[in-house]
Design a binder for this molecule. Structure first.
Ligand code: CA
Length: 231
């Protein structure tokens, strides 16, 4: 899951970035509306976490622009979900945030664990599977990060887990290397299509036989359809 954190409090941003990366999320950071727009020009985020009081503008206004169907700024990539992150806890501020098109609202101060849980819940909306995901003999728990194949524990790095989870939420679909880079790597990571190949080869080795991830030459990768058997 690729997340953009828009927050001008440097200390809070640092804590959130470290915490969410420990949860295996790919997170970019912007401290201003202008910096957020720069990120949104090139990346379609799964979730944007948006502070309201920003040095060069109002997060609510950015939220409204991203959600307006008639927004003239079509050059910005609209995120899947928007979560408002703010100390403004008055009821009217919450209502204004939701009316501006936000999907969820979290009041500061908050625990990273709660933010991570809300992000996972937002990403799951519209997905048929919640809790442990099962694909063939593979079981993936998005909360505890435990992965098992045929009952055997599989130990994955954060990046390997993020890539596997991305496949599991798109069963049977072909996923391109660019799509994996956009959703599983953040802007700080040394991201290039070669790194996708490296992670996939490690992931395949760790998942063992029979092979679950197939390469569709020139297009991308997918979880082997033979292995698909959702429960
Ligand atoms: Ca602020």
């Amino acid at each position: 899951m690729r997340v953009l954190l828009v927050e001008d409090d440097a200390d809070l941003a640092k804590v959130v970035l470290i915490g969410l990366r420990q949860e295996h999320l790919a997170v970019d950071h912007a401290a201003t509306v202008a910096a957020a727009e720069d990120h949104l020009l090139t990346t379609r985020y799964d979730v944007v976490c948006l502070d309201l009081g920003l040095p060069d503008g109002d997060g609510l206004e950015l939220c409204r622009r991203l959600r307006s169907p008639n927004s003239p700024e079509l050059d910005l990539q609209r995120p899947e979900r928007i979560l408002i992150l703010t100390a403004r806890d008055a009821v009217q501020h919450r209502v204004a945030g939701l009316d501006a098109g936000a999907d969820d609202y979290l009041i500061k101060p908050f625990k990273i664990a709660e933010l991570a849980a809300r992000l996972r819940a937002l990403a799951r909306r519209g997905e048929p599977v919640a809790g442990t995901m099962t694909v063939g003999d593979l079981a993936v728990d998005p909360v505890s990060h435990h992965v098992q194949r045929a009952g055997q524990e599989v130990n994955l790095t954060g990046r390997e887990f993020a890539v596997l989870l991305h496949f599991c939420t798109r069963p049977g679909q072909v996923v391109s290397a660019e799509d994996l880079l956009e959703h599983c790597w953040d802007a700080n990571a040394d991201a290039f299509t070669g790194s996708v190949r490296v992670i996939l080869s490690r992931l395949r080795r760790k998942l063992g036989a029979p092979a679950m991830i197939e390469t569709i030459k020139g297009v991308g990768y997918r979880l082997a359809p033979d292995a698909l058997e959702e429960t």
